[in-house]
Design a protein around this ligand. Structure first.
Ligand SMILES: *Cc1c(COP(=O)(O)O)cnc(C)c1O
Length: 361
């Protein structure tokens, strides 16, 4: 069966080279006579895998030495709770910017633990833009400001990282990590689920400045949700998602082989420009997001009505362009074009849109 161009928001497309490498190593990893998924996380062979995965991520993201890299479970959604319980004392003030559904969920979880204040929101226009954040909007005594770096559902992104003065900045980068360059030192903590740009679901990466990790938390916080415990045990306090970490390591090496995040950002910017230009030139398709805040990873676009949308999705599917249906809260279509989506996939989508507009059904 031929592989399709998969525009899903996540889990999403993986680089074919990585899948083939996994296939080649699946039953016998590196002469061990067993698969990585059969391997003890306490074995020297696995220790090499997790070390190498961490070191490769440190290289490709240029992560400073005073940051810990943690490989955790529970998805990005678990971090909504975990970060609040670790970075804020119970009832302490925290700040959030509401730029979409995940940002709102992060805020709601934060509010269960802390005195969470939504300092800005773009809900008034169905999250189609990023509100401007200036330092005077941020509470000086907030334990942190939480932002969602790229809003997967709505297709918006912070093209400028807000200045927070001394308030630590915490950022959910799930759908843009490794898709463009970030200066890690601007953030107190970054987290991301792997299933968008780093590998299979089941792994969440946390990058946290060491001075943000507290020696002792409120005793009500479960041991499994304590960053210090996870850091001290190099993410192996319990059995980590061993296979996911191995695959993420292969993806990181693939990123490096592509010329690193800088090179991928250049290609991603070209891919996004192709699609945005096609939408702008079209009379049939339009993009609901504010131009200055558009994401290069997730691109929503809408047609006049649902019947036309369904016809377009049908044509796209017949050409091997799948999972283009938009999230129900935006409607229409959405193309998620992460690192693993080749430019040929975007070109095929643009051609399909042009053909559809010319009357092809
Ligand atoms: C997908 C996504 C999440 C949720 O991730 P899970 O791993 O399913 O918990 C959170 N935030 C953003 C920005 C996402 O794109």
């Amino acid at each position: 069966m031929a592989r399709v161009y998969n525009f899903a928001a996540g889990p999403s497309m993986m680089p074919l080279e990585v899948l083939q490498k996994i296939q080649a190593e699946l039953v016998d990893f590196n002469g061990q006579g067993m698969s990585v998924m059969e391997m003890s996380h306490r074995s020297p062979a696995y220790d090499d895998i997790i070390n190498e995965t961490e070191q490769t991520l440190r290289r490709i993201m240029n992560i400073p030495d005073d940051y810990e890299v943690l490989f955790l479970q529970g998805g990005a959604s678990m971090q909504f709770s975990m970060l609040a319980m670790n970075l804020a004392n119970r009832g302490q003030k925290t700040n959030y910017v509401l730029t979409g559904q995940f940002a709102t969920k992060a805020y709601e979880e934060g509010a269960r633990w802390s005195d969470a204040v939504a300092i800005a929101s773009s809900k008034d226009k169905n999250f189609s833009y990023i509100p401007k954040i200036t330092p005077d909007m941020i509470d000086k005594d907030a334990a942190y400001l939480h932002i969602t770096g790229n809003n997967t559902i709505y297709g918006t992104t912070y093209n400028e990282i807000p200045k927070t003065d001394r308030v630590p900045l915490v950022c959910d980068l799930s759908s843009v990590i490794l898709g463009k360059e970030f200066d890690v030192s601007r953030f107190a903590m970054i987290y991301a689920g792997a299933q968008k740009n780093m590998g299979p679901a089941g792994l969440t990466v946390v990058i946290i400045r060491k001075d943000m990790i507290k020696d002792a938390l409120d005793p009500i916080v479960p041991t499994m949700l304590d960053y210090k415990v996870m850091a001290k045990n190099r993410s192996m306090y319990n059995t980590p998602p061993t296979f996911g970490i191995y695959v993420a390591g292969l993806v990181y090496k693939w990123v490096e082989a592509q010329g690193g995040v800088k090179a991928l950002e250049k290609t991603n910017t070209e891919k996004a420009a192709l699609l945005y230009n096609a939408i702008e030139e079209s009379k049939l398709f339009s993009c609901p997001t504010n131009i200055a805040d558009r994401s290069i990873m997730n691109i929503p676009f809408v047609l006049e009505n649902e019947a036309l949308t369904a016809e377009f999705l049908q044509l796209a599917k017949s050409r091997g362009l799948v999972n283009l249906k938009g999230h129900r809260s935006v409607g229409g279509c959405r193309a998620s074009i992460y690192n693993a989506m080749p430019i040929e996939g975007v070109k095929a989508l643009v051609t399909c849109m042009q053909d559809f507009e010319a009357g092809v059904r």
